[in-house]
Design a protein around this ligand. Structure first.
Ligand SMILES: C[S@@+](CC[C@H](N)C(=O)[O-])C[C@H]1O[C@@H](n2cnc3c(N)ncnc32)[C@H](O)[C@@H]1O
Length: 237
């Protein structure tokens, strides 16, 4: 089960450092726009906007009339207003809030992995799609941060929806030390999976194990596994 108050707390804290560290999320936002069918989308809803990495790509590439944005973290609104001043911002957990109206495009980058039941959420969102509308999602697959999961002996906590994926990628980032890996995760808010207290000896053990298992050419690596979905009201694109 996802701990929503921890997700909120971690992202609230990391928004200031997010842009400089969310290297993969930025690539994913660009890719999501690339795979989107090219047309005008009058009414857009973006879910999990954070600092607006995807919002900027939408503004650059898509013609729209009304733009709705949502994030569980209220301060995201200030970032989005700077990009699209006329934004209609809805603060809250997308799984809980009541939506009204319908959209030509519902889009979300690197957010749905923080939701508890993606299939129920997708059904809910489909009710707010017009007949020719699209729900475009990027999130993370089973191999995401697999090195962290291996060292901490964590089971996979990300669930993918029961729809066919459009495409997936594997991206490896390289860091000088295992501590830098942890810092990177903290600065992007991705440490919201678990509240983890490190003792000195646990940290040392983590560093040793990570270095031993996941080193290449004097660096340590971390794998990201972005997955993309294009879903229409009646099925898959
Ligand atoms: C990794 S960030 C992705 C941000 C942005 N979409 C981008 O392209 O960089 C995930 C965002 O989703 C938000 N989020 C997580 N769970 C959410 C939920 N249940 N409802 C709404 N927003 C949520 C977080 O607060 C965070 O701002």
């Amino acid at each position: 089960m996802i701990n929503k108050s921890l997700v909120k707390k971690r992202f609230e804290k990391s928004l200031k450092t997010y842009d400089d560290n969310a290297i993969v999320q930025k690539l994913m936002a660009e890719e999501l726009i690339k795979i989107l069918p090219l047309k005008n989308y009058d009414n857009i809803l973006e879910i999990g906007t954070a600092t607006g990495i995807l919002t900027k790509e939408i503004k650059k590439n898509i013609k729209f009339k009304t733009f709705y944005a949502n994030d569980i973290v209220e301060s995201s609104k200030e970032y989005i207003k700077k990009i699209i001043p006329e934004v209609n911002f809805i603060t809250g957990d997308i799984e809980e809030i009541k939506l009204s109206g319908s959209y030509d495009l519902i889009i979300s980058n690197a957010c749905f992995q923080w939701c508890s039941d993606i299939n129920i959420l997708i059904s809910k969102l489909k009710e707010h799609l017009n007949d020719n509308s699209i729900l475009a999602l990027s999130m993370f697959g089973d191999d995401n941060l697999k090195e962290i999961k291996a060292v901490f002996n964590m089971k996979n906590t990300f669930n993918l929806p029961d729809v066919v994926k459009y495409k997936e990628d594997k991206i490896k980032l390289y860091f000088d030390t295992p501590k830098d890996v942890l810092r990177h995760l903290k600065l992007t808010g991705a440490n919201a999976l678990k509240e983890f207290k490190f003792t000195k000896s646990r940290l040392l053990k983590f560093e040793e194990e990570y270095k031993h298992m996941f080193s290449e050419n004097g660096k340590v690596y971390l794998t990201y596994n972005p997955v993309y979905f294009l879903i229409s009201k009646n099925g898959i694109e």
